[in-house]
Design a protein. Structure first.
Length: 337
């Protein structure tokens, strides 16, 4: 297993380098100028100074090297303000990649927004998995029962209806009419005592539930399908003929084999959840990575969009490796050498 993991990591490194180069090159060719949002009264020489301080006119390979360097080296940055009120990076921060919109280091912006995304999106995905696997297993075991039929109907609705509709519906019902939960996520809230903790839970319930409902709907149907493929296999009948209880056959034999394709879906779905949650973050005003990416695209903040896009690519490669490792524990037929 260790040798396999080392090989996969060695393959992942040049893969990520190639992906980063493509992402940087494509977005670097996109139209955009850091001085585009400055007032028209700013002199041309000041605009040129801004472009030079942000390294816009550097050669392509120099810009790529500076952009890639931020993932490995952290440097303090000092800012100074000229007579026009425009902020420029000082000498300490010349090698750090700055956002064109905020003039702040891109890595700092991502670190500030990441906890909100992990709290909402991460918890929603975990809750969706916890709900989907038992529902899928029981629906397959009780095929065509009332539970299975109701679960099928709810899952089809949850997977077919987009999150922007269910999110708006939740706001109208639970915030506007019932007034149970706040409609906007307060990212400035600091949990210091029990009332603030309760307030944090209240504002997380709707976005987490909307995302978890969507994720659970997809995973539960996939779990049910893989369980039905394995529940009547020869090894399951052999286990029953040995006198094992049905619960042991389902949970220790059928479920383990059925989880193999589900693990792939779960692992590869995590990066998609981060990108798909952009809409939900916009609806509930969650100040996370999705909101940051939308603002970067809207403001043509090329360095910010490049960095966040590459982060999603890293997640895809990492969870691919994680899924392959999980196969070795779930399927005894798989041996990594």
């Amino acid at each position: 297993m260790a040798r396999f993991l080392v090989r996969r990591l060695l393959v992942a490194i040049p893969t990520l380098i190639a992906i980063s180069f493509i992402i940087f090159a494509v977005l670097d060719l996109a139209p955009g100028d850091p001085t585009g949002n400055l007032p028209l009264t700013i002199p041309a020489e000041v605009r040129e100074q801004v472009r030079r301080s942000l390294g816009v006119d550097d050669p392509f390979l120099i810009k790529y090297a500076k952009w890639a360097r931020q993932f490995f080296v952290y440097e303090p940055i000092s800012l100074f303000e000229n007579a026009t009120g425009i902020t420029f990076p000082g000498q300490e921060g010349r090698l750090r990649i700055l956002s064109w919109q905020t003039r702040s280091p891109v890595s700092d912006l991502i670190v500030q927004r990441l906890p909100q995304t992990l709290w909402v999106v991460g918890l929603a995905y975990l809750l969706g998995i916890v709900i989907a696997i038992p529902v899928g297993v029981y629906s397959a075991y009780r095929q065509y029962s009332i539970f299975d039929q109701v679960g099928t109907l709810v899952s089809m609705i949850g997977f077919s209806v987009p999150t922007f509709f269910t999110g708006l519906l939740a706001i109208i019902v639970f915030s506007v009419h019932l007034k149970w939960f706040p409609s906007i996520y307060d990212t400035t809230l600091v949990v210091r005592d029990w009332p603030s903790f309760v307030q944090q839970l209240r504002q997380m319930i709707m976005p987490v539930t909307v995302l978890a409902f969507f994720n659970a709907s997809q995973l539960s149907r996939f779990m049910r399908s893989t369980m039905l493929d394995n529940i009547h296999q020869d090894y399951a009948r052999t286990a029953r003929s040995k006198g094992l209880k049905e619960r042991v056959v389902i949970l220790q034999h059928v479920l383990r084999n059925s989880l193999i394709p589900v693990v792939t879906l779960i692992a590869l779905g995590i990066p998609g959840v981060f990108t798909g949650a952009i809409i939900t973050e916009q609806i509930f005003r969650v100040n996370g990575l999705g909101d940051l990416l939308i603002r970067g695209i809207y403001n043509s903040d090329i360095p910010l969009v490049q960095t966040i896009t590459f982060m999603f690519a890293v997640l895809i490669v990492f969870f691919n490796i994680l899924a392959d490792v999980a196969y070795g524990y779930l399927d005894p037929r798989i041996r990594y050498v």
